[in-house]
Structure formats: structure tokens, C-alpha cells
Write a protein that binds this ligand. Structure first.
Ligand code: AGP
Length: 610
């Protein structure tokens, strides 16, 4: 959701804040702002729109001291206008604050504060915090205590950073539910909602935990609980490079990330396959092998694209390991009063590791006594830290809001888990070897599909004016149909639906006419013949068929208007292969429609609110 950057040190703060905000813009991009401390008052510049607009709007004479806060917003309460942009301040312009999250009881607090004379200037939930801190300061005269007391009054989620003329050499930060990372430099400290904003300046970071408050000065930082109990923090090292969060000559992060997939899939496999043993070694699960062996049921929980990866996982694990699997949307799971026994294992899948619903599902499952494991991309993220074990997918930073490389890396890791589980439950070395050999060949196969980009671009141009799209797949490729439709709708704003192919005749078939493009995943797997029948049903109604089919399939040419060829694989890996052309198709359609591919409207990369 929103992005936060703060700096206190010896350099000019504003260039650091602007650069950091640009790196965080994928988190939210409807308005932006920053605050510095001037002559006994807070100075704020805010704009609706992108960080570039904010940069242009900065007054030439703006105080450019060595302390500032910045924010890029994804609106929850109040329209994305200048008055609702962060930072927000108190009545006296002495305190400024940026916030990521939602203050759920803001209305009640606001009413009370208005009754004692506070004047509000925005429609946001955040502004109440600035006034609440102001109110507490009247009684305590201590800024850090006032922040603590104010936070005790609020329900909901927050990552905040506060500056004030009362303590002009402090940045106070606090977290509950929304990520914050502190960067440690030499005579300087940084704070951000994502390490991507810090990596240019430092590799040493400290992750704030829920319920913690930290005070950053130039030379030091101290962390306490909200009740003022001191907390010892561990310094971690950021492992990714600056190049990984830049576009490397591609016009968009999404295209770069699609093209990175041969490497990211290899990275997800690296050092994890034991060919001679037909087995897999996953360090993050080695201590819990007995739990996995004895598990009676898996529950997979996730949101969006990660949920689609989980759905493929259900098919894989049930087929090969014969463990019953349930897949639940995290947002539903947390409120469904789930039945969990001690023999159940809950898997949380999340690229960011910060998705509020998935994190809440993890906590709910733990509360009910389950062992919870994560399949996560962002190292050190909340889900990675709060689970009992798990596997990193090692896809590197994913900046494009539409998830691409994280999806195929999630599938790769779930494939490894499948083999591991199947071997624990009696699969032979030979069968394990066969599956792993095919998995090892996937990166090369993905390269071959990427080589067809021009052809896919050509198809995209023809369909860029479509108003609707239908995606059909069966078995392993039903989740791919869902994922293909999600990719298209989120970046091109074309209405798209994914369906199990056989379900088409139970309703969606009514939509098909000569204007309806239907993408069908028709690779040679167990349901190939059935999918061919579904294709004929579409053709009979003059729908336009774009088929994803195997290289050696000549039959398909008789029915499909366009065929995108993909190499053969074992059925379980077909989703990794088939999703690549669908990513490219969505990408090029969005580009032809002039859409902002990396930052589609209304979306944000990491959904840290409910
Ligand atoms: C994917 O393209 C989406 N932007 C979105 O569905 C995403 O997958 C979802 O919000 C879950 O995010 P996570 O993997 O970071 O938890």
C-alpha cells in the first residue's frame, strides 16, 4: 500500500526522500508529499499524482536540512487529492506524520478531538493521529511518550513515522500490522516501508515488529515496546542489488520481470535438487520433516496470484503426495472459524510477505495450534518471520504491480515441495528423478516461449480493442486460466473471466459471439480431448480462439484462430510454461491500450490493509 521514507543524518534529506519515494511508488501512487522542519514549524509539500509532480512542485527556497519524511499514497479514506495526501499535521503545525495502514476507530477519535477544539483539514483516518499526539503532548510534554499514548488509543494497522519541532533531531517510528524497516548508516538513519528505498544507501537494516516504537537520531536508534520496555534488535543484511530494482533497459518493470523468468526459476531450484536421490532438500523445512511426514491435511492460504499458485499446488500435492489439500482465500479463512487440528499444516503463500489478509490468516492458524509454513519472496518480511518454517522463492524484487516472475517461482517451489512430500510418502527414487529432470528443463523451455514475444505482440494488437475476454483451462491449467484473466484485467482494464473449460456450457457460453476472444490452454495433458471439445463449442458460436498448445499439435490449427506454441512438459509443470504467453499477451494488450502497465489504476503492489 502506501510508501514511507524518512531520513535523519548529515546529507541533504530531500533528494534521498524523493529518490526513495520513486522506488516505493509501486506501493501506492495517487498522491505524494514530504515534510521537513523549518523555523519552529513543520513545512509540508504535497501533490495529488505521482512523485515526479511532487518533485516539480517543491518550492525553490524549501528548507533542505538533513531530516525529512516522505510518503506516496494509496487512498483508503478520502479521495486522492492534495488535502488528503500525507504528511498530515496537528493544529499548531508542530507535528507531522506519515502513515501506512488504516485507523479503524478514527471517526470516534476525530469526534472527541473536535469536541475539544481540534480543527481537521483532511478526510483521512491518518490525520487523527497527528492531533492525538498533539493532545497527548499537552499533558506529557514528551514527544515519544505522546506517540506511545496516542497509539494505545487506536485500533487498526499502522506503520508511522513522526517528526516534530518539539524534538527536531528525532524521527519516531512505530509499527502494528504494516511493515517498517530501519536502515543504519554512518551518522545517519533511514526508515522505509520497503528495503528497496534504502538499498542505495545502506545494506544494514533492522525490521520493526508489531507493537514496537523506535526513535532514530543521527547516531543512534533505540527500540522499545509500546509500553516502553527496551527491545534488543538484530541487524540484517539486504542481499539484493540496486540493479535488481531498476529497469535494465526494458520499458517496464513488468516486461523485465517476465524476461527474468528463466533465471528466477533456476534461482528457485538452485541447490535444492538431489538428483541421485530423486529428492529435494529445502533448508527452511529440514527441522519440520516429521511434521510434514505426519500431516493429515494441508491448508493453503493466500490472495490473488499467490492464491492461484496455491490452487495449482492443491492439484500437484494431491496427485503426487496424496495429502488432502484445501485452498482458502486468506481474507475468508481468517473469518471462517476454520477447523484446524494438530495434524494440519497451513501454508501461506505471499510474494511480498506483507499482505494483511494472509498475515492475519497466519496468525489465526497459529492461534488455533497449527504449524504454519511460508512460501515467500521478500526475505525478512512479516510472513517469513512469523511462520514456523518455509521456503523462500528467491525471485528477487518484483516491482511491477502485476505479479509475474513471483508466480512461476512460487509454482517452482511448490513443485519441489510436492516431490519432497511424495518421496516422504513412498514415491520411488526413479519417479522422483524423472519429475526433477523435467523440472530442471523448465528454464530453457521458458526461454523458447519468450522468443515468441513478437508473435504474441502481434496477436495482442489485434485484440487490444476487445471489451471482454474469456480464459478457459482444465485440471492443472484451470488456475492458469484464472491467472491469465487476472493479469489482463488488472493492467488493461478489459473485463476478463477465467473458467474451468467444462463450466463454460453452464453459463458463460451465452457470452460467446464473433466479438468474444477466448483464450484456451490446450496443452497435451490428461484433459486435452475434453478441452478440444470445448474449443469446438466456442468455434461453433464464432468466438475467436487463441490457443496455447504444444509444439507438435497440428490438430489445434483446424479450430483455433491463433496458436501460441509451448513445449511439452509433465502435466504438473504445464502451468509454469502456459502462464508465460498469457503474461506477455496481457502486457502487450495493455501497452497497445496506453495503460500504465507497472502502476495500474486503483492497485498497489502490496495490500497491507484489509
Ligand atoms: C497480482 O498480479 C496481484 N497484483 C495481486 O493479486 C497479488 O498477487 C496479491 O495481492 C497477493 O500479494 P502477495 O503475493 O504479495 O501476498
Amino acid at each position: 500500500m502506501c510508501g514511507i521514507v524518512g531520513y535523519i543524518g548529515k546529507q541533504k534529506a530531500l533528494p534521498i526522500i524523493i529518490e526513495g519515494l520513486k522506488r516505493l511508488e509501486y506501493r501506492g501512487y495517487d498522491s505524494a508529499g514530504l515534510a521537513t522542519i523549518g523555523d519552529n514549524e513543520i513545512l509540508i509539500t504535497r501533490m495529488s499524482g505521482k512523485v515526479a509532480e511532487l518533485e516539480k512542485a517543491l518550492p525553490a527556497d524549501i528548507d533542505n536540512g538533513s531530516l525529512a519524511l516522505g510518503h506516496t499514497r494509496w487512498a483508503t479514506h478520502g479521495e486522492p487529492t492534495e488535502r488528503n495526501a500525507h504528511p498530515h499535521k496537528d493544529c499548531e503545525h508542530k507535528i507531522a506524520l506519515v502513515h501506512n495502514g488504516i485507523i479503524e476507530n478514527f471517526q470516534a477519535i476525530r469526534t472527541k478531538l473536535e469536541q475539544v477544539g481540534h480543527k481537521f483539514t483532511s478526510d483521512t483516518d491518518t490525520e487523527v493521529l497527528a492531533h492525538l499526539i498533539e493532545e497527548m503532548f499537552k499533558y506529557t510534554g514528551d514527544l515519544v511518550d505522546s506517540v506511545r499514548l496516542a497509539l494505545k488509543e487506536v485500533d487498526g494497522a499502522y506503520g508511522i513515522a513522526v517528526i516534530s519541532v518539539h524534538e527536531p533531531d528525532y524521527i519516531i517510528v512505530a509499527r502494528k500490522g504494516s511493515p517498517l524497516v530501519i536502515g543504519i548508516g554512518d551518522g545517519e538513519h533511514f526508515v522505509a516501508s520497503d528495503a528497496a528505498a534504502l538499498v542505495r544507501h545502506t545494506r544494514n537494516v533492522v525490521y520493526l515488529e508489531d507493537g514496537e516504537v523506535a526513535v532514530l537520531t543521527r547516531d543512534n536508534f533505540t527500540t522499545t515496546t509500546i509500553d516502553n520496555v527496551e527491545v534488543e534488535k538484530t541487524v540484517h543484511e539486504i542481499t539484493f542489488d540496486i540493479e535488481q530494482i531498476e529497469k535494465a533497459g526494458y520499458p517496464h518493470f513488468m516486461l523485465k520481470e517476465i524476461h527474468e523468468q528463466p533465471d528466477t526459476i533456476s534461482d528457485a531450484l538452485r541447490g535444492r535438487i538431489l538428483f541421485e536421490e530423486g529428492d529435494v532438500k529445502l533448508g527452511g523445512l529440514s527441522d519440520v520433516i516429521d511434521d510434514l511426514r505426519n500431516a493429515k491435511r494441508f491448508i493453503i492460504t493466500a490472495c490473488g496470484t499467490s492464491w492461484h499458485a496455491g490452487l495449482v499446488g492443491e492439484y500437484m500435492i494431491e496427485q503426487y503426495a496424496r495429502v488432502p489439500v484445501e485452498i482458502e482465500y486468506a481474507s475468508e479463512f481468517r473469518y471462517s472459524n476454520p477447523i484446524i487440528t494438530e495434524n494440519d499444516i497451513v501454508w501461506a503463500i505471499s510474494q511480498s510477505g506483507e499482505t494483511a489478509d494472509t498475515l492475519a490468516a497466519v496468525r489465526e492458524a497459529k492461534l488455533r495450534g497449527a504449524k504454519v509454513f511460508g512460501i515467500v519472496n521478500v526475505v525478512g518480511s512479516s510472513i517469513a518471520r512469523e511462520t514456523d518454517g518455509g521456503v523462500y522463492i528467491h525471485a528477487g524484487p518484483e516491482i511491477g504491480v502485476a505479479s509475474t516472475k513471483a508466480f512461476t517461482s512460487q509454482l517452482t517451489v511448490i513443485s519441489l515441495i510436492t516431490v519432497m512430500m511424495a518421496r516422504l510418502r513412498g514415491m520411488s527414487i526413479t519417479d522422483g528423478y524423472k519429475i526433477l529432470s523435467d523440472l530442471k528443463s523448465i528454464p530453457e523451455k521458458v526461454k523458447g516461449i519468450l522468443d515468441q514475444s513478437e508473435y504474441i505482440k502481434d496477436i495482442a494488437e489485434r485484440f487490444s480493442f476487445a471489451r471482454n475476454f474469456l480464459y478457459l483451462g482444465r485440471g492443472y491449467n484451470f488456475p492458469v486460466a484464472l491467472e491469465g484473466a487476472l493479469k489482463l484485467k488488472e493492467i488493461s482494464y478489459i473485463h476478463a473471466e477465467g473458467y474451468p473449460a467444462a463450466e463454460m456450457k453452464h453459463g458463460p457460453i451465452a457470452l460467446i459471439d464473433e466479438n468474444m476472444p477466448v483464450v484456451v490452454i490446450a496443452t497435451h495433458d490428461a484433459s486435452y480431448d475434453k478441452v478440444m471439445s470445448n474449443i469446438q463449442e466456442v468455434k461453433a458460436r464464432r468466438g475467436k480462439i487463441i490457443a496455447i498448445a504444444n509444439d507438435n499439435d497440428s490438430e489445434i490449427d483446424r479450430y483455433a484462430n491463433y496458436v501460441i506454441r509451448v513445449p511439452e512438459t509433465l502435466d504438473l509443470f504445464s502451468p509454469i510454461i502456459s502462464s508465460i504467453p498469457l503474461q506477455l499477451l496481457a502486457y502487450y494488450i495493455a501497452v497497445y491500450r496506453g495503460c500504465n502497465v507497472d502502476q495500474p489504476r486503483n492497485l498497489a503492489k502490496s495490500v497491507t490493509v484489509e
